[in-house]
Design a protein. Structure first.
Length: 659
């Protein structure tokens, strides 16, 4: 009987592996969409293009993937009656054979909804990667009020809009659709590797669970960020994160001692060495959504060029202060000295951002005696980890915000109220404030949270006021110094530049309630959009679907798990300060976007993205909690495993979508 036990045990293990593998395959078929919409539009700089009788609109574009199978078009439509059966004709054309459409159809005007993307489908065109096409729109009816609006989506390059054979300013707003391949050998091998990992975790579950429970969050969370951060650093293709090219150019300048950005025709710009510019051109003009790993390896191991041979191409750069790029600039400089390729330098910049994110997040969790689960769950969101891995300043904004909030909240609401402030908390408050200010000074209102710290931490009330005054003056001086060091150029991506700023300000000052109305409308209209952005796969419009619901549940579960620590400490004046700071920060984030991106008199802000709101959201999670959930002993292991699962899912989706 004893000899049969190992056989039975192995039978159970094999059965478990088969079930896990089948589950992975079924999950792939159910959760991975077979249709992928890729942003293929560009922001317009001219007015809307009306569609009416005698007008032919042609949009040229290059397919970014194989199996092109659809397009999404953004229409603007007035609220009026249109003739019954009124239609717009669309055609997909090969530019080399324009007289013979590859596909065509009609759009029923009654089906068009103002401001929403309208999808047109056609039989998939295989081997469409890097192939030029033309989308043609026309109607024979004297329609009024149907037009192609300014695009609110991501900017793309290399697109040209023609109206009646004449080049127009800007381009048509649309997305490209591609079909997904069925289960293939590479996908199966990926699923097999996933199943093996999950099977191993199942066998070691007790040891893993006990280890995670006995490990403090300031150790386990950074380890998890490091593991998945490195995976995202490699897996997310180059130049896919928001404005990565602009941030790399700024870091390159800083690495060469150019501390104040330069202007070219009013635009903050720079010129890269020829070998780096050539590599970026190959990436930008290539397939931005289905990169070939072999091509990436070739780029990575290409020999370094001459850094003194500067390209003739002048490109837009990031306008932020040089101190926000010191670590990436140092890594890039070391890469140049070691003879790294252009892609190698780019990855080193990403690595610097990741290390900075890990260091600041570890410090924040080390300082946190209360609110640590709120910070941990936010720091482990796939959306946040990937942004912290990007070649950008987002790691400073998010992790610096975590550090500042952790330090100030734990000083204000310490478990042992009589204890003195720790040196790590004081320095965490100062360094965290410095990080978020050099990244974006719109977060200046957050610094008012120091008012929450009791006078006992300073010795006397007079000492508190003196310290806060000095802190505030230093922050304002730093903000002004940063602003004055930066050239006041224009952003060519912005539809309405500072030419209209006076009119925008006059509109806001028309009534004391105008700005509050604008902020309220923005939150009402874009609340769902912000939610969706937290579950996007970077560089793609794909969302994690059901996993996004699980993500929100986990955020609230872990944030509220420490609610009893806060509930008895908050007073009415605490709520007033926290609410006012959150509102002022939100308004400060929105204000420059409203003044530069939004048409005069609009009732909402355009151009904002969900990641801008992470510091405010983290503050509210740390402080506004119901008092009905108590901390559980096993929450550390549950947090790491559940958030690790979501990170693994986002990594999996990233590999499937991009490769």
């Amino acid at each position: 009987m004893s000899k049969s036990l190992p056989v039975l045990e192995w039978g159970k293990r094999v059965a478990a592996f088969i079930i896990i593998l089948i589950g992975c395959i079924v999950s792939y078929e159910v959760f991975v969409p077979k249709q992928d919409w890729i942003a293929g539009n560009s922001i317009k700089s001219g007015g809307n293009v009306s569609i009416t009788s005698g007008t032919i609109i042609e949009q040229s574009f290059i397919a970014q993937n194989d199996h092109l199978s659809g397009l999404q078009i953004l229409f603007a439509k007035d609220d009026k009656e249109y003739p019954a059966g009124a239609t717009i004709t669309w055609e997909l054309v090969n530019p080399y054979i324009p007289e013979t459409p590859l596909a065509s159809g009609v759009i029923d005007i009654s089906a068009i909804i103002n401001g929403q993307l309208f999808a047109i489908q056609f039989p998939e065109i295989k081997e469409s990667f890097f192939t030029p096409y033309i989308l043609r729109l026309k109607t024979d009816l004297p329609l009024e009020g149907i037009s192609i609006p300014r695009s609110p989506l991501t900017q793309s390059a290399g697109l040209t809009l023609w109206t009646n054979g004449t080049v127009q300013q800007g381009t048509l707003a649309f997305n490209l659709g591609f079909t997904r391949d069925v289960l293939s050998l590479p996908i199966f091998l990926l699923l097999l590797g996933t199943a093996i990992f999950l099977w191993w975790a199942l066998l070691k579950r007790r040891k893993i669970w006990n280890t995670l429970n006995s490990t403090p969050l300031y150790k386990s969370v950074p380890i998890l960020i490091a593991i998945f951060g490195l995976c995202f650093l490699i897996a997310v293709p180059p130049l896919q994160m928001p404005d990565e090219e602009l941030h790399f150019r700024r870091a390159w300048d800083v690495s060469n001692g150019v501390l104040i950005p330069t202007l070219a025709d009013g635009v903050v710009s720079t010129r890269l060495p020829e070998y780096i510019q050539a590599a970026f051109d190959r990436i930008s003009r290539g397939d931005r959504t289905s990169h070939n790993p072999v091509q990436m390896l070739q780029l990575l191991f290409e020999p370094s060029g001459n850094p003194d041979q500067i390209s003739t191409i002048t490109s837009q750069s990031s306008p932020y202060n040089f101190s926000a790029y010191l670590l990436p600039a140092l890594f890039i400089r070391l890469g140049v000295l070691l003879g790294s390729s252009a892609l190698g330098l780019f990855l080193l910049g990403r690595l610097a951002s990741l290390l900075l994110y890990i260091f600041l997040t570890t410090w924040a969790l080390k300082n946190a005696k209360i609110g640590k689960y709120s910070i941990a769950v936010m720091a482990l969101l796939g959306f946040v980890v990937t942004q912290g891995t990007a070649m950008s300043i987002d790691s400073l904004i998010m992790a610096g915000g975590f550090l500042f909030l952790s330090s100030v909240i734990n000083l204000a609401f310490a478990v042992q109220e009589t204890r003195k402030a720790l040196r790590s908390e004081i320095w965490g408050l100062i360094v965290g404030a410095f990080c978020i200010l050099i990244a974006k000074f719109v977060y200046l209102p957050l610094l008012a949270l120091v008012l929450l710290i009791p006078a006992s931490k300073f010795g006397t009330a007079r000492n508190k006021m003196a310290a806060i005054t000095i802190f505030g003056l230093a922050a304002v001086a730093l903000t002004l110094g940063i602003y004055l060091m930066l050239p006041q150029g224009i952003d060519p991506r912005i539809d309405n530049t500072k030419v209209n700023m006076g009119l925008q300000v006059a509109n806001l000052l028309d009534s004391p309630l105008t700005w509050l109305h604008v902020v309220n409308q923005t939150l009402n209209i874009y609340a769902m959009s912000y939610y969706v952005q937290f579950t996007w796969i970077n560089g793609s419009s794909e969302s994690m679907g059901l996993f996004s619901i699980a993500q929100i549940i986990l955020i609230l579960l872990f944030a509220w798990s420490e609610s009893r620590d806060m509930w008895n400490k908050l007073r009415i004046w605490h709520y007033f300060i926290i609410g006012l700071v959150a509102l002022l920060t939100l308004m400060a984030i929105y204000l420059p976007l409203y003044l530069t991106w939004t048409p005069v008199g609009a009732d909402r802000v355009l151009g904002t993205q969900g990641r801008y709101l992470i510091p405010v959201f983290t503050l509210l999670l740390m402080t506004l909690k119901p008092a009905f959930i108590g901390i559980r002993k096993s929450f550390s292991a549950l947090l790491i495993l559940s958030m690790g699962f979501l990170l693994f899912n986002q990594l999996w989706m990233t590999l499937v979508i991009f490769y």
